[in-house]
Design a protein around this ligand. Structure first.
Ligand code: SAM
Length: 264
């Protein structure tokens, strides 16, 4: 079912493709078992289609919206459990903003502005928020990269970075006709669940630099991409897993990257 949208002059530069498909909106809010004492952060409420659905769950709700023009639609949704902050999410001090809210679990649910998908997720990770899970609408190609399995063409350093923190599953594909205005790309809803048992990495900064270097030139093998590291040691560890320096990074599972980085 399609919901009726109020008139709005959408800004392409802000990724303003609003969801008008009731089923998709329901699928997003139902992807997480929300309780009344939970806190949900929504990034980019726009005209409030998803916000209204979240309010039906009676959760604590904090929304960040950069476009002041949405105030006309969003102000009627504000109450003691729903707050809207009109600010660029990337500039926000999330820990400070949520410090006065009492809640059980923290979730992030959003139909993201696609032009800043990765910066938003990086900010969430860097903010050390203890997010239990996230349900995010992203561009379909990006969803495939986030949830890619080792050995597939979509598996890259970003896949490893995100899968280090979360178990990631693509839930549903969403046709571009579910949005107003209709974007050029298709989308997908992705669920991120915080890992219960964190990986044991000795030095995270080194680990992520090492992974990025391993993927630096997609067509090159590990021997070429990692020539500035101790190749003898790397080869020794790879052999334990039946791998070699002739392989490309896309064939190396995250656990092997961790073993490599911890040993080097
Ligand atoms: N949630 C609405 C929906 O599902 O229909 C709108 C989603 S729309 C894809 C993305 C929203 O993010 C827009 O309302 C846009 O104004 C907002 N936005 C863009 N950049 C932002 C930023 N840096 N911080 C906060 N919101 C932003």
């Amino acid at each position: 079912m399609v919901i009726l949208m109020e008139k709005f002059k959408h800004k392409k530069s802000l990724g303003q493709n609003f969801l008008k498909d009731e089923k998709v909106l329901n699928d997003i809010v139902n992807a997480i078992d929300l309780q009344e004492d939970d806190l949900v952060i929504e990034i980019g409420p726009g005209q409030g289609a998803l916000t209204k659905k979240l309010k039906e769950k009676n959760v604590n709700l904090l929304c960040y919206e950069v476009d002041f023009r949405t105030k006309d639609y969003l102000k009627k949704l504000e109450d003691e459990k729903t707050k809207i902050i009109y600010q660029d999410f990337l500039q926000s001090d999330i820990l400070k903003d949520i410090s006065h809210i009492k809640y059980q679990n923290l979730y992030i649910i959003a139909n993201l502005p696609y032009y800043i998908t990765t910066p938003i997720i990086k900010k969430i990770i860097d903010s050390k928020l203890c997010v239990k899970a996230m349900c995010l609408m992203v561009q379909k190609e990006v969803a495939l990269r986030f949830s890619a399995k080792v050995g597939s063409k979509d598996y890259n350093s970003l896949t490893i970075y995100l899968n280090y923190y979360f178990d990631i599953t693509k839930l549903i594909d969403v046709k571009n006709t579910c949005f107003d205005p209709v974007p050029k790309v298709d989308s997908a809803v992705v669920k991120f669940v915080a890992k219960k048992n964190n990986y044991m990495v000795k030095n995270e900064e080194f680990f992520f630099t090492f992974v990025r270097d391993a993927f630096r030139q997609k067509r090159k093998n590990l021997r070429n991409n990692l020539k500035n590291y101790d190749l003898v040691k790397i080869d020794e560890i790879l052999k334990k897993y039946g791998l070699s320096l002739q392989k490309r990074a896309e064939e190396v599972p995250i656990e092997v990257f961790i073993d490599l980085a911890n040993t080097l």
